[in-house]
Design a protein around this ligand. Sequence first.
Ligand SMILES: [Zn+2]
Length: 472
Amino acid sequence: MLKVTNTLTGKKEEFQPLTPGQIKMYVCGPTVYDDIHIGNARSAVNFDTIRRYLIYSGFKVTYVMNITDIDDKIIKKAIDEKKDFHEIAGAYTQAYFEVMDKLGVMKPDIQPKATDSIPEMIQLISGLIETGHAYVANGDVLYDSTTFKTYGALSGKNLDEIMEGARVEKNQDKKHPIDFVLWKAAKPGEPSWDSPWGKGRPGWHIECSAMVRKNLGDSIDIHGGGVDLIFPHHENEIAQCEAFTQKPYVKYWLHNGFIEISGQKMSKSLGNIWKTKDALKDFRAEVLRYFFLSAHYRSGLNYDRDILEANRRGWDEFNQTFQRIEEALNGPDFSTPMDLLELRLAIDDVEDKFKEAMDDDFNTPKAMAVLFDLAREVRRVLSQSARVSPGAKSLLGEALDKLNKLGEVLGVVSSERVSIPEEVEKLAMSRVQLKQEKKYKEADEVRAKVLEMGFLIEDIDKGGAFRILPKS
Ligand SMILES: [Zn+2]
């Protein structure tokens, strides 16, 4: 039975979708004014993994992630660079898609743009004005947060606390300091749309509310996003939708934690923003995913170079297991006596253990450990001999299937095997010859030369069997 920690209740709850077998899931997408940093990438990978696991568990998932393509930051950048806002949003949307593709993030079933849903936003705002939840002030439309009785329930704040925090912000038009904007009156030179309140553009919070309703309906199962979105963004989404529909908006709220850089928050002022496209130059996508999944999605995750290098080594070893199995399967049959009982047990257990970990609020570090344990057992068996019997081959084939199937749920399996250059192969063969002739010094020199070429020769047994691994 799947359990998820729900931000709304603060509890780990049994997961029961609104309609049995089906899940409506929405995750707040990027505001496309710049390249995304690895904190955004982590969020996308966390929710992609949750989605993959729900599909693996047999649910029919409809996954929506929006593109916020109209926003203060986009407009500012367009003005600074003397471009149309469409041009800025279009270019960074494209850049976002490319990065998601590289990270192996599955395409959402629906990926709406905010500017394609303006009529739905206007409809929502009109309804909120009619029912007394919103008011017009100088061409702006504001939400009267005091009219929504449970305002603050998601973030666990009470109205007084929020009022206290909001007092610093001065806005003459607001009835209360916590009221928030639904529609902004157009300023000269800014993009705008016609509305019953004059030309203007939507506020950020109403965009998501409208896109959720348009694409998934009034009530959904899962709404996700970064922990920074709980207040005010998600709090405001609830206030807008529930006041309008009189129905519960979201059953389970899931929020992922931040990435810190060497213990510090990423920020422009510290100059430590690490863009995903740069991370992808240094590390392969599967290593980044493994790093993101090495902490529970709700926890913070600390990056520094050493941690990620360690992740890379761990992942390399994991990935090489696939190659070693394939080599053993493709090799000739040998009647080598081998101890296979532990491997048999590990294969039989792996899927249950994996499910147990993931059913516990998507515990990816534990699920990864389960896969690594099976990979380690495979390597232990192959360390007895790389030349295996038909019986061992059949077991190794089963292990490979399990590792592929479950690794695919986490997106950490690479189909790409590093091809070994012919020259490296020849050198490695010549080294076997040298060792047989007891020319150990020369053999070591060959090994060093191969290492310089980026590959490591590893001896498997005393009979001259070896394998070549890419140096990591
Ligand atoms: Zn949102």
